[in-house]
Write a protein that binds this ligand. Structure first.
Ligand SMILES: C[S@@+](CC[C@H](N)C(=O)[O-])C[C@H]1O[C@@H](n2cnc3c(N)ncnc32)[C@H](O)[C@@H]1O
Length: 351
């Protein structure tokens, strides 16, 4: 499977427009202005070989150490390099020589463009299931990102296990990927186009949630999602009624989170001060906190804010002395907005 993916991203695809669906190509919500500014500083060749399916944009990155799993031509690494600043560091890992060659070719160009004395970005060849082979130490990254890659891995459990190992406590895996509304039949895994296009390797969303919990990430948070428009009759015929979604999750490394959102009567107030998010902070799709306004939270959300890099930007109220039951709406139905499911030929096009 890995050879087939290397062939697809190294030899068959030369450009984002070569993709046959928009599964591996972001077409989600509007890009915020600060990201547009950062994108204007990306070399054309790097941008032209972008195959991501979401906008990887965790907040409060200044000075952090970030690892990008399956960094491809390096677009997200070079975006994040601007957001972490000179004191931060971004490492991209990918297994495909051709992708790494593009990423490495433009290190100096970006260093000059960002006005840094030395580059804060590196790329290394490796498998995201075996990061110990690169000598990466336990708890050595603040944030791990990934964009449309984990679906391509034949051992997703190992990827999540490695992410847990490499994150500092309170750190997070913030990543975009493709998910299915049901388990994809094993026979479709053999189709190199369906697999390479990030469809047949996609996890059924509930299997993903269980895998994440098994790796220690007990309360995965959905940040954003959108249905994928296939836009290719032949591919649509092969996948039948399976619906695919692109979704961004954030998974905090916090030992002992609870399995559900339990109510202890706790609350937080966002104090502001996070660059580009001055007036409101969006932890996930269900937690949009306006500056200065009291926001009731469950025990897990309280910990995600209190025991992470966000702590200084919040006021915290309450403790766990009294339990008031479960938070309303903490259920387990399909988490994605279905919208109007796109028909074959109605694809929104790539990029
Ligand atoms: C869909 S592309 C996304 C690339 C990049 N994240 C982007 O947004 O442009 C998938 C990338 O993941 C890499 N990849 C897939 N499986 C991998 C694995 N098991 N280990 C390392 N890299 C992998 C491929 O080489 C390819 O560059």
């Amino acid at each position: 499977m890995k050879e087939s993916v290397q062939e697809y991203y190294g030899k068959i695809l030369q450009h984002s427009n070569d993709l046959q669906t928009n599964a591996c190509c972001t077409s989600g919500p509007a890009t915020p202005d600060f990201m547009k500014t950062a994108m204007a500083n990306i070399h054309d060749e790097v941008a032209s070989r972008y195959y991501g399916c979401g906008l990887v944009r965790p907040e409060l990155l200044e000075g952090t150490r970030i690892l990008d799993l399956g960094s491809g031509s390096g677009r997200d690494c070079y975006l994040l390099a601007q957001l972490v600043g000179k004191q931060g560091y971004v490492l991209g890992v990918d297994m495909t020589d051709e992708q790494l060659a593009v990423a490495n070719r433009h290190i100096e160009w970006h260093r000059q463009r960002f006005g840094y004395a030395s580059s804060n970005v590196e790329f290394r060849k490796g498998y995201i299931e075996q990061l110990d082979a690169l000598g990466l130490e336990d708890e050595s990254f603040d944030i791990i990102v990934s964009n449309c890659v984990i679906n391509l891995s034949p051992d997703k459990e190992a990827v999540l296990r490695e992410a847990w190992r490499l994150l500092k406590p309170g750190g997070e895996l913030y990543f975009s990927d493709v998910y299915a509304d049901r388990r994809v039949p094993a026979a479709l895994l053999q189709d190199p186009v369906l697999y390479g296009e990030c469809l047949s390797g996609a996890l059924y969303w509930n299997d993903f949630l269980n895998l994440a919990k098994k790796a220690g990430f007990l309360d995965p948070r959905l940040v954003e999602d959108h249905p994928i428009a296939i836009g290719n009759d032949e591919i649509h015929r092969k996948i039948g009624h399976i619906r695919f979604f692109s979704a961004t999750y954030r998974l905090f490394k916090l030992a002992g989170l609870e399995s559900h959102c339990e109510d202890y009567g706790q609350a937080v107030i966002y104090k502001g001060g996070i660059a580009n998010h001055e007036n409101r902070f969006e932890l996930d799709k269900h937690h949009l906190m306006e500056k200065g306004k009291m926001f009731p939270v469950c025990g897990n959300t309280y910990r995600m804010l209190r025991e992470s890099r966000f702590a200084d930007h919040f006021e915290f109220f309450g403790n766990r002395d009294t339990h008031y039951g479960i938070f309303e709406g903490c259920g387990a139905s399909l988490p994605f907005a279905t919208g109007t499911n796109p028909e074959p030929g109605q694809g929104t096009g790539c990029c």
